[in-house]
Design a protein around this ligand. Structure first.
Ligand SMILES: Cc1ncc(C[n+]2csc(CCOP(=O)(O)OP(=O)(O)O)c2C)c(N)n1
Ligand SMILES: [Mg+2]
Length: 325
């Protein structure tokens, strides 16, 4: 099947730019709050991953579902997650999506096709695959997209998901964000392959590698896979190569990552690259960049204030909507 990629227009490109900038601004603020001892939860930052986070999520349509990990808050923004929702959840407030129960990015909203992250990795792979099976059985043209890191691809549930999705030809796009580390473990210590995408061959499905710091490439390749899945073409495994530009979580200074490696990848910063692209295309200039800085800074400041002023949940909330024997 030959499916043409859907080229993003100026509005979409600037929209993607906004989400990347908003994601980074939210994370920079969370990092400050965390270091200032203000957050009751951990932080898992996706700095450096903005291109694949936004590009992949942006390739989905309304009605599709996204199942992100602890690190993928930024992927939820194009699907409607707001800065206020991010901060209220990190501050464990009663009006957050988890009503004060879920830490960090462990939020979701089924109405927006956002599955809440669970801690066990990558448990949302089988869950999203199950959603894709439901879509197929009901004859709905919907697509499921779970995200996970390269480390999680050595788990059994990752392989079971790819296998059954292949056998049943399910509408699912498996996105792996290969950010060079699983906590402190580099990929070569847990797999012999150099590309996670090669794992696709074992399941006779397409395996695609993309430059995870190039949002246009990320978007177009994911979009192709999404539309192939929607048209009955089955699953794809897509690997985005990038580098995790912060530690595993806020407490981790990542001393095991060399300064040279960080410097090398800082040169390939996905937002800087996209800004250059948009400027070359005549879609952005210095004033536009400044305006965007003002816009996201204000949005983040308002969200933070809103969260700080929001109430904590009542004690009873702790035993509401949770499993009890
Ligand atoms: C089944 C399981 N084992 C261990 C962990 C602890 N853990 C949380 S994140 C993480 C590293 C995951 O690395 P990767 O899949 O590459 O994702 P990244 O954190 O780099 O985004 C580990 C080992 C877990 N959450 N689930
Ligand atoms: Mg990783």
């Amino acid at each position: 099947m030959d499916i043409k990629p859907i080229e993003p227009g100026a509005i979409e490109l600037l929209d993607m730019y906004y989400y990347m900038r908003l994601g980074r601004a939210i994370e920079e603020r969370l990092e400050l709050e965390y270091k200032g001892g203000k957050l009751p939860s951990a932080i898992y930052l996706g700095r450096g991953q903005e291109a694949i986070e936004v590009g992949a999520a942006y390739a989905l349509e309304q009605g599709d579902v996204l199942a992100p990990t602890h690190r993928d808050m930024i992927s939820q923004l194009p699907r409607g997650l707001t800065a206020k929702e991010v901060f209220t959840n990190h501050y464990a407030r009663a009006n957050s999506l988890t009503r004060g129960k879920g830490e960090a990015n462990y939020q979701g909203d089924l109405k927006r096709g956002l599955f809440a992250t669970v801690s066990m990795l990558p448990d949302f792979y089988p869950v999203a695959t199950g959603a894709a099976l439901a879509f197929k059985l009901r004859g709905e043209k919907r697509v499921a997209m779970p995200l996970c890191g390269e480390g999680a691809t050595s788990r059994g549930d990752f392989h079971e998901s790819l296998n059954i999705a292949s056998v049943l030809n399910l509408p699912v796009v498996f996105v792996v964000i290969n950010n060079g580390f699983a906590y402190s473990t580099p990929p070569f210590k847990e797999m012999k392959l150099s590309d996670v995408a090669e794992r696709a061959h074992a399941y006779a499905i397409p395996g695609v590698v993309v430059d995870g710091n190039n949002i246009i490439e990320c978007y177009l390749e994911v979009k192709k896979a999404v539309e192939r899945a929607r048209d009955g073409g089955g699953p794809t495994l897509l690997e985005a190569k990038t580098l995790r530009m912060r530690g595993h979580a806020g407490h981790d200074a990542a001393k095991y990552v060399s300064k040279e490696l960080i410097r090398e990848w800082a040169q390939k910063d996905p937002i800087d690259r996209f800004e250059k692209h948009l400027t070359n295309q005549g879609l952005l200039d210095e004033a536009g960049i400044k305006d965007m800085t003002g816009r996201v800074t204000q949005e983040v400041a308002e969200a933070l204030k809103f969260a700080e002023e929001s109430p904590y949940p009542e004690g009873q909330e702790a035993v509401t909507d949770v499993y009890r024997e």
